[in-house]
Design a binder for this molecule. Sequence first.
Ligand code: NAD
Length: 490
Amino acid sequence: MNFDKPSQIFYAGSWREVSNSASFAVNNPASGEVCARVADASLEDVKNAISAAADASESWRDLSHSRRAGFLLKAADTMEQRQQDFVDALVEEGGSWIGKAMFETAYSVEALRSAAAMVFHMNGEVLPSEYGKVSLAVRQPLGVISVISPWNFPLLLSIRGFAVAMAIGNTIVLKPSEETPLAGGLLLAEVFAAVGLPAGVFNVVSCSRDHVKQVGDEMIANPLVRGISFTGSTAVGRQIASKAGSLLKKACVELGGKDALIILDDADIGRAVNAATFGSFMHQGQICMSVERIIVLEAVAEEFTRRLVENVKSLGMGDPTSMSDVIGPLINEKQLKNVHDQVTDAVQNGAEILTGGNYEGLFYEPTVITGVRPDMKIFREETFGPVAPIITVADVDEAIAMANDSEYGLSAGIITRDENKGMEVARRLETGMAHINDSSVSDEVNVPFGGVKNSGMGRQNGRYSVDEFSELRWITLERGGRHYPPPFNE
Ligand code: NAD
């Protein structure tokens, strides 16, 4: 891969050597070979990056709106020109199928452009005042925001984590995942350096798993950090949110899921099959809002299952750079083991594999399982792999109860020809998002993205990110209408 700074991170506007010139290897999950070496930052390095972000805070906040937007727009243009580098990184370090890498890169450019527009959306309010004061609710940026992102959509989720926050006047310290440090951060640092962003506004710290706790803790606890934007697993997100909470810092945490696709008995089965196939198998099922439970009414279960299995058998698996091999590798051994453990547990408890269930290297066959019940691991735990578990139910009420029987609550899909019924089911689901006649996998730059229950706290994208990463203040201007009690007056 085209990256030549094996022991440098980016802060205060320059590439800087990390302590002891430490570095770590990044693996290509498809080939098993090392595809890059990047800097392994430790405590001193992240402290320096946070200080640089704090130093830049005031001047960035005070820069005109259009100039701030200008930097984001130029960065979007530069990313577009370097599209191939981002696609290569997503494929090589992240195991992305090339189609997914192209989509992610293009969508990330769009996300940067839409974030630029948010500079003009730090809206406040003029409030009525009992005393005739000018009474204002005013939004201000928080200051330094720590952004921690995952490996599955590393480019998009880093950008979603910081772009609006930065546009509205916050400065950023970004830590990408150790699995995807290039697409998740270091290449973005090259982009912002190239567009001449003022020093310290955007800083990237890469580190290995050995240093992640030390670096991560500092990114929350450092007194100069005022807000946290985290996307990743529920286990880590919970620790981060509780640390942030104890320090009374704002944290927006976007976490795991176990999303349901509900197929009602009046569903267009072709649409249901396509939504299930895309939802369960796009990026090998390694998406927070992947379809991880297909809940189908028994009246249509047989036809749906037969057609789904046929469709899944047609998915190519192999070299992620090939357009036809839509199923690539899982990210690492740990994920592979987790997926296979869940499939094995389901089979041992009476479920049946209709296709798939085997693996070679990190390539796990797209798998469909029937006879899944709530007492199986695959019903409850996030799988994050290419597995579609089918649960058959008698009616709509049972489908909703089954879908809600989860610690998670990110997204959901409902397939029905009756739009009113679809809306009613959506209303009764305990999720942050619900999509009628679509898969649970869906995102747009201006929508409130986020979950309930163990899927997270807070909402990302557009004006919802403005709310998360700004402070609402009350400012008044007294004009003589306010009287203090007599003893206080001269
Ligand atoms: P992860 O929680 O293992 O890692 C996420 C990030 O946290 C990485 O950058 C990692 O280095 C960092 N991290 C790990 N330990 C840390 C610590 N102690 N302190 C600070 N940072 C630490 O998650 P992952 O495996 O990278 O991503 C997969 C998970 O992310 C899945 O559960 C998935 O559902 C979730 N996810 C959620 C969303 C969403 O928007 N809700 C989007 C994508 C992924």
